[in-house]
Design a protein around this ligand. Structure first.
Ligand SMILES: C[S@@+](CC[C@H](N)C(=O)[O-])C[C@H]1O[C@@H](n2cnc3c(N)ncnc32)[C@H](O)[C@@H]1O
Length: 317
């Protein structure tokens, strides 16, 4: 019977040879998954024997990883904003950089609910997650708002063009006990029949088509519909920007995740909208431009001086 240490050493060598950039980490995660233990326990007990069933499961998982499949799909789970999301090939694996969008959305909703009195009959804050994929954004936001007891005053719509992704998103909403507050809809961007929203959230595909085939092999296991952003990567973002005048309430905000090099192009696209809108690009934790805050501009130019975007810039709340 092989020990944990032996399987780790052998698996790391095989993954390194296959081109994995993080062979040791991948093997620790896969072996932990196969034996049903935390990664830390795996690392701490190299002398422990591994049973035949677990060793066979590990061997199968290792083979999938050698073929390039992402660890998250093999394990069927990915942590996002402190929650465990079920993931599989029906939808994109949620990325850590998207957590910024969720945190800013939470801040925006909290600002709308607390910055002014809300007499009885005030409509709920309407949020839409466009291109929900695994449901990561909508489910994480709903979960955060539930902890803050803000959900009764918020409605969340989650839209995707992929019915497979919507099925996965629904499963994640059920798993995190927020299925009652999220409505899921199959469709293209913001459904036209919907009344306007306070907050539009979108992590739409933003990889230029020509770059997709040169992405790491792991991305080839993800749906192309979740990656392909057209010629310059911004085809869907531009279409969504064009929908904002009808889809956003007058004081509404759109939070759009973008590629780290797309800030100037997104600012130019916002500037080209027929009516005056303003755009502020926020950097992510590694200092890279990542999140576009787009709002109607009453003054016509310049950054917001009030509202949630201004509060975010000044580090408020
Ligand atoms: C980059 S993935 C993001 C998934 C998820 N929001 C996340 O952050 O992990 C983009 C999602 O947009 C969906 N999508 C692509 N085109 C769309 C469209 N025209 N309308 C609605 N959703 C679309 C894809 O199916 C995919 O689920």
């Amino acid at each position: 019977m092989a020990t944990i240490g032996e399987l780790l050493t052998d698996g790391t060598a095989r993954l390194r040879a296959s081109g994995s950039e993080t062979p040791r980490l991948d093997v620790e995660l896969l072996l932990g998954w196969a034996v049903g233990a935390e990664r830390t326990a795996i690392v701490a007990h190299p002398e422990a024997p591994v049973g035949a069933d677990a060793a066979a499961a590990f061997e199968t998982a290792l083979g999938r990883r050698v073929a390039g499949e992402p660890v998250a799909y093999i394990r069927g789970v990915k942590e996002f904003h402190g929650l465990a999301f079920a993931v599989d090939r029906r939808a994109l694996i949620p990325r850590p950089e998207t957590e910024l969008l969720v945190s800013e959305a939470e801040r925006d909703v909290a600002w709308r609910l607390t910055s002014a009195p809300r007499p009885a009959g005030t409509p709920s804050v309407r949020v839409v997650d466009v291109g929900t994929g695994s449901g990561a954004i909508a489910v994480a936001l709903a979960s955060l708002l539930r902890k803050r007891r803000m959900l009764p005053e918020v409605t969340i719509l989650a839209v995707d063009a992929s019915d497979d992704a919507l099925d996965l998103a629904r499963e994640n909403a059920v798993a995190h006990a927020v299925a009652d507050v999220i409505t899921f809809r199959s469709g293209d961007l913001v459904p036209a029949a919907e009344p306007p929203f306070d907050l539009i959230l979108a992590n739409l595909p933003y990889i230029p088509t020509r770059d997709i085939d040169s992405l790491p092999v792991a991305a080839s296991f993800e749906p192309r519909l979740a990656l392909d952003g057209g010629d310059d990567g911004l085809a869907l973002v531009r279409r969504l920007l064009a929908e904002l005048p009808a889809a956003l309430l007058p004081d509404g905000t759109a939070l759009l995740e973008i590629g780290y090099d797309q800030g100037p192009a997104v600012e130019a696209a916002v500037a080209a909208l027929p009516a005056p809108w303003r755009c502020h690009i926020q950097a992510d934790a590694s200092g890279r431009p990542r999140l576009a805050h787009v709002e109607r501009s009453s003054a016509g130019t310049g950054p917001a001086t009030t509202g949630p975007a201004a509060t975010a810039r000044s580090g408020g709340q």
